[in-house]
Design a binder for this molecule. Sequence first.
Ligand code: UD1
Length: 330
Amino acid sequence: MKASADHHVLVTGGAGFIGSHTVDVLMARGCRVLVVDDLSTGYMANLARWRDHPRLTVLKADITDDLAGHLKHATASMGPLDRIIHFAAQTAVPLSVDDPANDIRVNLGGTAQVLEYARRNGIAKIVFASSSAVYDDDAPVPVSEASLARPASPYGISKLSGEFYLDYYSRYFGLKFTALRFMNVYGPRQDPKSHYSGVISIFMDRAVTGAPITIFDDGEQTRDFVFVTDVAQAVVGACLDNRGDGEIINIGTGLEVSVNLIARTILELAQSNSPITYAPARVGDIRRSVTTMDKATRSLGFVPQVKLREGLDQTLAWVRAEAVSVSSSV
Ligand code: UD1
């Protein structure tokens, strides 16, 4: 087996939220890393700690637009790639409901380009960022990988289709893969200013600025919130340590938490008086979401390290620091 330092890993979407934390782990393990990101929702600031590092190359490019051409140029100087972690995607469930064609173009079209590149260039393994949005409310709670995947949104459909493509490339071309179905990932670098960001970063931004918090539906819908550094460890384990080969694995904590509880806890931690208002449920939202942990534990040795309170504290500290740096730069 190669040492980590011998690996050259492509991370699509590597300037994004989960992508950049994954780059942190790969860099710490001594890999060479090539990030391809169109910076539509990612930020160079997320990779600032590695600026000018000789093992990191960042390519600003859209994966749906001649990925192979872009990579040919980059690998000519940096050497061939041997692994791929594929995050680049449009990540908002509501945006996929508003514009399914764009979701297909980016999420499925982009995945097709990445897989073709992998097949033609002898990539040893690909890790795919799938989603728990492949399950809907008919799936039992907690949801296991054996549960029926029947998405309630175009986003879930494109992620599930990506998994079928992986299976096809694996069976017919021998491409090794792991698909990780993330539950609700949260933590520093999840853009607090976007309406389409995760609920925790939106609520924190509102709590810190005193703006009202809007809870869709009655707030008793639940999610399984998993901290981003735990997710990054799972991804890198699957990528470099040959764990979970050929498997589809849920990544969460096994703990089911309501949106109301999240809102209350954030207001308390931030010592905020932001008012809470309720609005109708979003189309495509599922009611309950929490995973079993058996497969992640067995196949990846995955045990989340960061408890919810601790993760919320770290995220809040980051959101506050961001608010300061934004206000001092205007
Ligand atoms: C999230 C991810 C998606 C991932 C999926 C896996 C984001 C933006 N989306 O979708 O990429 O694949 O988990 O399960 O991270 N809510 C409010 N008020 C708000 C915002 C949200 O009440 O201002 C509620 C929503 O209605 C929903 C819950 O919070 O019930 C979670 O919403 P969100 O953070 O957008 O995540 P998901 O839609 O679950």
